[in-house]
Design a protein. Structure first.
Length: 290
């Protein structure tokens, strides 16, 4: 992840070198060479995603990319968005996401849970399933990510999650895929982690962003530093409202979206949200394939 950016562009190389120095670990080597197990530990995954995203951003900026009208990031990517908008320093962003990963891992150890992708079922039907399971079991399961029409992610305790998966299959979901995670992100099971993370956020300076941030928790624009801090505090326990966020930006007249990072996952989601708008990956903007 990020190896070609590092090898090709000095601006990207500088970001990875800086990240290694800030964290005191060889994050760049972990990104490029793995092995997968430590890289997939959320303690390392989150800083790795942030560093790679910002490396791509600095290359785009150096190559003269236009300033955006709005910035948004999916889940952990919201921190990359805040750094991109100048609301949060890269240094503070790296330390925050490392702490976020640590707290999420600890929350998973205290309150084991899981997540599952549900494909081909509308959000209303899935919400009804989750409500029924919560009432029957007394345990939590709910929608964690509204990625695009027909692609939702649920999160909850192991018992409630399994029951919701069964009901989703019975009620016509095209596919139900258990995700390889041991935490129930974006759910009330993250409440203890969220409380501690809010205390960490209070100690970090936030600035007015150069352009509005469209936040996961609100699906609307934020420019006030205190409101941004509050939305980040909500993020661990509230759903990622990605479909709503994208539709809000389209409603403001946005016709082109650029995905900043090494892959094209969000660009694929965009096509399922609205095919009338243009979605470009970093590689497409740069005119090369890494």
């Amino acid at each position: 992840m990020g190896r070609d950016l590092y090898a090709t562009f000095p601006a990207a190389r500088a970001v990875f070198t800086h990240a290694d120095s800030i964290l005191g670990i060889a994050l760049s080597r972990l990104c490029f060479d793995g092995p997968p197990e430590p890289l997939n530990d959320t303690l390392n995954t989150q800083p790795a995603i942030l560093a790679t995203s910002i490396a791509a951003l600095r290359v785009l900026e150096e190559r003269g990319a236009n300033s955006p009208a709005y910035i948004a990031g999916h889940s952990m990517g919201e921190f990359s968005a805040l750094v991109a908008a100048g609301a949060l320093s890269f240094e503070n962003g790296l330390m925050l996401v490392r702490d976020r990963g640590r707290l999420m891992r600890q929350a998973g150890e205290r309150s084991p849970g899981g997540m599952a992708a549900i494909l081909g079922l509308e959000s209303g039907s899935l919400k009804a399933i989750c409500t029924a399971v919560r009432e029957q079991s007394g345990e939590h399961v709910g929608i964690a990510n509204d990625n695009c029409p027909g692609q939702l992610v649920i999160s909850g305790t192991l018992l409630a999650l399994e029951r919701a998966m069964e009901l989703a299959k019975e009620r016509g979901a095209r596919r139900v895929i258990r995700l390889a995670v041991s935490i129930a992100a974006h759910s009330p099971l993250m409440a203890e982690a969220a409380a501690e993370f809010c205390r960490l956020l209070d100690a970090i300076p936030f600035h007015e962003p150069a352009v509005p941030i469209v936040a996961n928790a609100t699906a609307g624009p934020l420019t006030d530093p205190d409101e941004i801090r509050d939305a980040l505090g909500q993020q661990l326990t509230s759903p990622v409202r990605w479909t709503e966020s994208v539709r809000w930006m389209i409603g403001q007249g946005v016709t082109r979206f650029v995905e900043v990072g090494p892959k094209g996952v969000l660009t694929s989601l965009l096509r399922r949200i609205d095919r009338a708008v243009e979605g470009l990956t970093t590689d497409q903007v740069l005119g090369w394939v890494g």
